[in-house]
Write a protein that binds this ligand. Structure first.
Ligand SMILES: NC(=O)c1ccc[n+]([C@@H]2O[C@H](COP(=O)([O-])OP(=O)(O)OC[C@H]3O[C@@H](n4cnc5c(N)ncnc54)[C@H](O)[C@@H]3O)[C@@H](O)[C@H]2O)c1
Length: 322
């Protein structure tokens, strides 16, 4: 069986690629490396440096004829979507439609889509269930919602699908500059002895789900006979103040926290009901927040140590040469 992963060199996508390749599936990655990195890809897979919005994508489908498409590639920054809504819609909506068209044309058996809790907007009820109305407050949420609607219409003409609406994903290889990267950013600041900045009083809550659990959700979706929309989340809410306490425990240091005024439009509380994924996909989180944080922190710590080792080696080399 052949699996094509778009965005397979990105944060979440590269962990999915690792797992798919490790399970012995023929693995194909399509990524234009805007935020992804080739270094994240395992050896022995097929890699196409290809934009999903460009015509070359057809040649990839023609050559590879994948059985399953796991679509992770996206413009994922909320702020960028507000500044560049056309670009955002091109990648997230039009890019998905192009993939759907090719998937239908080349007989793909299942299409799995990385969607987002952002499409719910301000939650009316907590925890947010899949039946909660979509009311996105960003163009990013809207373009993902649009893509979802196209997927559901393609299902009427025979394409099987699973739409996975991720909560706030965290873990190794995340880019601190992304919107959702608060854990990665806080960890890097702790390692550099910098203060942590919080907008508001820190009592706002989020639902943090570990990337390895998200990978397992994609594998479960791939194997499932069910079509549908599933929240992929820890199902618990954690305030940013609580998160900082857990990070201090993980890192063994005291954080300096700087509170700034609340940002307009920020969602106060958000967490997702995840029992549908348990019932139908037989998926549930296997990692507690402390386990996820410990593994993630070890990764960023090792990265920092590696970087400072390289820096001191290169400055020693520089001194020797002068
Ligand atoms: N990180 C989160 O907390 C989170 C939450 C909800 C949903 N999501 C969704 O999960 C998916 C993966 O997100 P991520 O956090 O790993 O982001 P990421 O930026 O690390 O990964 C996206 C990947 O897609 C690639 N890409 C972007 N535009 C492309 C294009 N036009 N053609 C081909 N490749 C392209 C990038 O190079 C990158 O490798 C995205 O669809 C995102 O919207 C992420």
């Amino acid at each position: 069986m052949k699996v094509l992963i778009t965005g397979g060199a990105g944060f979440i996508g590269s962990h999915i690629t690792d797992a798919i390749a490790a399970e012995g599936y023929e693995t194909v990655v399509v990524d234009n490396l805007t935020t992804g990195r080739k270094a994240f890809l395992p050896s022995g897979i097929m890699f196409y440096e290809q934009n999903i919005c460009e015509p070359g994508l057809q040649a990839v489908f023609h050559k590879e004829k994948p059985d399953i498409v796991i679509h992770q590639a996206a413009q994922g920054a909320v702020a960028k979507s507000m500044k560049q809504p056309v670009f955002d819609a091109d990648v997230n909506a039009m890019g998905t439609i192009r993939l759907l068209e090719l998937s239908a044309q080349y007989g793909v058996r299942k299409f799995i889509f990385a969607s987002t809790a952002a499409l719910y907007g301000m939650p009316k009820r907590l925890p947010v269930q899949e039946t909660h109305p979509a009311n996105p407050v960003s163009f990013y949420g809207l373009s993902k919602w649009t893509a979802e609607r196209y997927i559901r219409l393609y299902a009427h003409i025979g394409l099987s699908y699973c739409i996975l609406r991720y909560a706030n994903v965290y873990g190794m290889r995340q880019n601190a500059e992304g919107e959702a990267g608060v854990i990665c950013m806080f960890m890097n600041h702790l390692l550099e002895g910098k203060p942590l900045h919080i907008f508001g009083d820190g009592e706002q809550t989020r639902d943090f789900v570990f990337v390895k659990d998200v990978v397992q959700a994609n594998l479960a979706a791939m194997r499932s006979k069910h079509n549908g929309v599933f929240n992929i989340s820890s199902g618990t809410q954690l305030s940013l103040n609580q998160l900082i306490m857990l990070l201090e425990k993980t890192a063994g240091v005291k954080a300096e926290v700087q509170y700034q005024s609340e940002r307009q439009g920020d969602i106060r509380h958000s967490y997702l009901h995840n029992q549908k994924a348990l019932r139908l996909l037989k998926w549930q989180c296997q990692h507690s927040i402390m386990e996820g944080l410990a593994e993630t922190f070890a990764y960023y710590k090792a990265q920092k140590e590696e970087m400072s080792k390289r820096k001191s080696e290169s400055s020693a080399g520089f001194r020797m040469n002068h």
